[in-house]
Design a protein around this ligand. Structure first.
Ligand SMILES: *Cc1c(COP(=O)(O)O)cnc(C)c1O
Length: 403
């Protein structure tokens, strides 16, 4: 019997459906707890978590370092507002600047979309002072759901019904350096790009694309905004995905993996972009909250101390290599870097693969009709990876039958 037919999960799903707006539909599993790379649903079924709450649970579940840092901070001082400063936020900002290794300044938010709102306001301020009313972003790109970030989001199905938007955005095909070059001119305030597109299907750009973006921004004076909300904090085996091409953006946005499950985001302005906001230009009551900042510090410390960047590269190669070695009529291949991969299918069966994986005890995400996303905790072991790749052929069989 499949887990979703068990009583506790079913009862909770009915109450969810009655109490919540229908924007998420009803998710297929009701989770109760987690430990390391495992989670359990309310009926007691165990799953290997291959999606990590959408690339968020960097350290897995209930990691002692995160539990300790958050517990200590919440028992000491949970909130200050931005009327007062506190040590965890200062340590975190300094830590992020250290990782970037370039002069920069930080703004802390609570989510990804808010980090991008801050980046957009920075770019609007820059554009206003330099006569640049235009923006450029990528088709199928994803930058968030609030109206500013949504207006930069290239996925028409989630954008169009909420427009028109008050900013002028030109969308270009992702990965096409020539299209980018012809779209960016000296009336462009900023180019918003994901160093690898996440929601579009974990799509890395062709070699040299970020360099080309950097060059056209340098030539025209537009700001290059790298949305690393999903791609940073070790996900691809580096702190930041832009490091794969050695290209520094002017503005960098972070969120998902940074807090390891606690809500936090960051907008980092490099060089002059770090000093565009004047006092009063932007703010957030919860942004840089001491508990979230303590969580992020624990995540960064643990990645460092436990050598997780190297681990992600090694275990990520095992995962992508293990998938690539499978021959199955439904499997077209695998793309992505580190522990951020898409299993690409030969047919639009991703939802069936997600369901079959769930029945087999694995949580994955049907990201596109023909692409299944994997973004497991960075602490996933070789044994976990081997268990998943060993189970995958039967999961693909199950997804092929189940029509
Ligand atoms: C998830 C995501 C966002 C939005 O983050 P939220 O925390 O959901 O607001 C923005 N950009 C990218 C690239 C993302 O993956």
């Amino acid at each position: 019997m499949s887990p979703q037919h068990d009583p506790a999960g079913q009862a909770l799903a009915r109450r969810f459906e009655a109490a919540f707006m229908p924007n998420y539909g009803v998710p297929p599993v009701a989770l109760a707890r987690g430990e390391g790379t495992r989670v359990w649903d309310v009926d007691g079924h165990e799953y290997l978590d291959m999606i990590g709450g959408i690339a968020v649970s960097s350290l897995g579940h209930a990691h002692p370092a995160l539990v300790e840092a958050v517990s200590r901070q919440v028992a000491t001082l949970a909130h200050t507002s931005n009327l007062f400063l506190h040590e965890p936020e200062v340590l975190l900002a300094e830590r992020l600047l250290g990782l970037l290794g370039a002069p920069a300044r930080v703004f802390l938010s609570n989510s990804g979309t808010e980090a991008n709102e801050a980046a957009l306001k920075l770019a609007l301020k820059y554009g206003g002072s330099t006569g640049r009313p235009r923006f450029v972003a990528a088709e199928n790109g994803f930058h968030g759901r609030t109206l500013g970030a949504l207006s930069l989001t290239g996925k028409r199905s989630i954008r169009d019904q909420f427009g028109p938007f008050p900013i002028d955005v030109t969308f270009v095909p992702y990965g096409d350096a020539d299209a980018l070059k012809s779209a960016v001119d000296d009336r462009c305030a900023a180019v918003f790009l994901e160093p690898t597109q996440g929601e579009a299907g974990v799509v890395p750009p062709p070699e040299g694309y970020l360099r080309a973006a950097r060059d056209v921004c340098d030539a025209t004076g537009a700001l290059l905004v790298a949305d690393e909300i999903q791609s940073a904090i070790g996900r691809t085996g580096h702190w930041f995905a832009h490091q794969h091409e050695g290209v520094l953006p002017d503005v960098l946005t972070l969120a998902k993996g940074l807090g390891g499950g606690l809500p936090i985001g960051a907008c980092i302005g490099l060089g002059e972009a770090g000093t565009l906001f004047a006092k009063g230009d932007h703010g957030s009551t919860f942004g840089g909250n001491p508990v979230a900042a303590a969580a992020a510090l624990a995540v960064l410390d643990t990645i460092d101390r436990d050598g997780l960047l190297e681990h992600v590269r090694a275990v990520g190669a095992e995962l992508s290599g293990g998938i690539a070695a499978i021959e199955h009529p439904l499997l077209a291949g695998v793309r992505g870097r580190g522990l951020w991969l898409a299993i690409v299918l030969t047919a639009d069966r991703a939802a069936a693969v997600q369901a079959a994986a769930q029945r087999a005890g694995f949580l994955v995400n049907a990201l596109q009709p023909d692409a299944v996303r994997l973004a497991p905790p960075l602490v996933i072991t070789s044994a976990d990876v081997a268990a998943f790749t060993a189970a995958l052929p039967a999961i693909l069989d199950g997804a092929s039958d189940d029509r």
